[in-house]
Design a protein around this ligand. Sequence first.
Ligand SMILES: [Zn+2]
Length: 193
Amino acid sequence: MIEKAKQELEKLLNGNKNFVNSTPTLKNITLETLNKYAFHQEPYACVLTCSDSRVVPEIIFDCGIGELFVIRVAGMTTGANVVESIEYAVKKLKVSLLILLGHDDCGVMKYAKEHYPEPTEHFSSILKCVYPVLDKKEDITCHNFFAQQHTIWVEDYLMKHSVIINEAVKNNKLYIAKCHFNHSTGIVNIIDN
Ligand SMILES: [Zn+2]
């Protein structure tokens, strides 16, 4: 892993410990910080996660204004806008860490499980991104395991659909950390695959 990304990931996981221990530092959350970054930003990490109201990266990682470039979309699903948002963070903002943050009890995973394999009139672009995991592993019963498999699929998707992300990873300019947020403990774990 790139040293810079390693340090940033450690910082965020330490921030997560503050959250878990209910000892947030509450740094950089005032207007003073916003004024400092009024005309520029220099986030050190990009986070792609779910829109779920319980998954708030800045709180979970004990971060303030200007630290994270966050993209939230239902089910942490992907498409052109999402890919290009990450590419912007990598190419223009030069972030060296991308966190893919799946989570427990994800409504999209539950919905997909209930409706697989039927094509549905609504939510089709979202389901298109989560059905592939079920295509491979139809015996998935645990939604949280499903979410983790989906996170692995998202990394694979990004590597295949974005030259910018793919080259940044291969050239040691970007590290992708696949993570999972546990609702019971508040802990963010790294997913091994
Ligand atoms: Zn979700």
